[in-house]
Design a protein around this ligand. Structure first.
Ligand code: ZN
Length: 497
């Protein structure tokens, strides 16, 4: 007995020497007592949804004790049934019309992304943002560029759609994959699609966290996790939507370094001039717009509320009864359910290090976070219904970039200028927009009204362009602006951050 015990102790020591126990993630439901603060809970778990005093979210198993010690009453939610997550059959990626009621394996995903670019070179290019964190089983972060003349820079607004940075929020992955497929393979099914391809540059990244989605193996999405992976393929505990520099909370809001995926996404965004973007999630049914980290209003708050409401209304009309109408009491104003299906981030619950705030502040873009289904690991049988409910909302969202002022700023030698555009008596330094320096075009989405712009570019004389009228529909103003100043070669590049 004695030698058996010492043998067991030795085995335990050997097993634990130099190794940290692997983390696991738990989906959890917490009842929030009247006097408890949501902010405190947010430091222990990642919140997906708050309904009155009930909070749904994800927790690392190592933090369960902290939750208990803090006095929260909780229950652990059952994991989804594997049988409900049907994987796609062999040959799926090569089919003329792939079925959309299944989840692709990782290699099928990579194949179909290549197929789209290879078979439709007139409108599609494939790019890799880089490799994922997992070095033992690496995955690529892929994005498709969909537009007419994909190799030339045109004076078109650049729009970015991305999904599933939380690897276990699966529906948006297939939704965006199918949107990309429809745009490149079947654009003639709807004139609205060809119009988008002709007038915008659409970037689609269906899967922002492949390590998380294929955590359980490249052949299945059944073991998907929220978090990013470590280089050795374990749960890193880094929540990708709390990992961005924050204009309120600082560069490292949770004290964690920027993950590989975060750095690659920041680099990708710096190479482009995205004017409008959407980041798809699941766990709730609501369009969430900036700011997440403060109750302060973005100068375009009304515009954000309107485009978010347009999205929610489309989805409510096209979806089943009660779809996409989550609403909450505002934590900033106390107002009860101001708009079903729409919330400003901090009205719902505050998040630091989220991507929509980063894109909207550091990149001067406009990003919304769209929660598209209560179920995170949506049964594959429900993917068709999700498409029917969200297809028009997605297409209309991309079309929002056509509204507002679409100008061109060049110097007297007709060279494109990097320039800042400020809407007088409206913008703050964060909400000003910039030209795409490659072409000189800018796109300032605005509600109907009359606007005065101040244009500045290093080394150039500042210009005021007044009385620009934005109507309810097209045609929208397209001012051609020429700036005078010293030769562009002598100018310093304009600081955009
Ligand atoms: Zn999420």
């Amino acid at each position: 007995m004695r030698s058996l015990l010492s043998g067991l102790v030795l085995a335990f020591l050997l097993l634990s020497a130099g190794s940290v126990p692997a983390l696991d993630q738990l989906d959890i439901r917490v009842v929030l007592p009247e006097d408890a603060s949501l902010e405190k809970l947010e430091t222990i778990m990642a919140i997906d949804r708050v309904e009155d005093h009930v909070v749904y979210g994800t927790l690392l198993d190592r933090d369960l004790e902290r939750l208990r010690m803090a006095g929260f009453v909780y229950s652990i939610l059952p994991r989804p049934k594997i049988s409900e997550l049907q994987m796609c059959p062999e040959g799926w990626a090569e089919a003329t019309e792939p079925a959309w009621n299944c989840y692709p394996t990782y290699s099928q995903y990579v194949d179909i992304m290549h197929q789209m670019a290879d078979q439709h070179p007139e409108v599609c290019r494939l790019e890799s943002l880089g490799a994922s964190s997992n070095q033992l089983r690496p995955h690529e972060i892929l994005a498709l560029k969909i537009t007419d003349n994909p190799d030339s820079e045109e004076a078109e607004p650049e729009i970015f759609l991305t999904s599933t940075m939380h690897g276990d929020e699966l529906g948006g992955y297939i939704l965006l994959l199918r949107l990309a497929w429809t745009l490149v393979a079947n654009p003639d099914e709807d004139p609205a699609l060809t119009k988008l391809i002709d007038s915008t540059e659409i970037w689609i990244n269906p899967l922002a966290n492949p390590d998380g989605t294929y955590f359980g193996g490249d052949e299945t999405v059944a073991g998907a996790i929220r978090y990013l992976s470590t280089p050795s393929g374990e749960i890193s505990g880094i929540d990708p939507n709390r990992n961005y520099p924050d204009f309120v909370a600082g560069p490292f809001p949770y004290g964690q370094p920027w993950a590989v995926e975060t750095l690659e996404m920041m680099h990708f965004a710096s190479l482009h001039s995205f004017v409008l973007s959407a980041n798809l999630h699941a766990g709730a049914e609501v369009v969430n717009y900036p700011w997440d980290s403060t109750c302060a209003l973005h100068p375009d708050d009304q515009w954000f509320a309107e485009i978010s409401s347009d999205w929610a209304l489309d989805a409510q009309e096209d979806g089943p009864a009660g779809y996409m109408d989550d609403c909450f009491t505002s934590r900033c104003t106390g107002e009860t359910c101001p708009m079903p299906g729409v919330t400003k981030g901090a009205d719902w619950y505050s998040v630091a290090g989220g991507r929509q705030d980063w894109m909207t502040s550091f990149r001067h873009g406009r990003e919304v976070t769209v929660e598209i289904s209560h179920e995170k690991q949506l049964p594959s049988a429900e993917l068709e219904g999700l498409w029917q409910s969200q297809r028009r909302a997605l297409v209309d969202f991309v079309g929002q970039a056509q509204r507002g002022i679409h100008g061109m700023i060049r110097d007297t030698g007709d060279r494109p200028l990097p320039a800042r555009i400020e809407v007088l008596n409206h913008d703050d330094p964060v909400s000003t927009v910039f030209t795409d320096p490659d072409v000189g075009d800018f796109h300032r989405m605005l509600l109907p009204g009359v606007y005065d712009l101040r244009i500045s570019s290093a080394g150039m004389e500042q210009l005021l362009v007044g009385g620009i009228v934005v109507g309810n529909g097209p045609p929208y103003p397209q001012p051609e602006i020429t700036m005078e100043g010293i030769a562009p070669l002598l100018r310093e590049p304009l600081e955009t951050e």
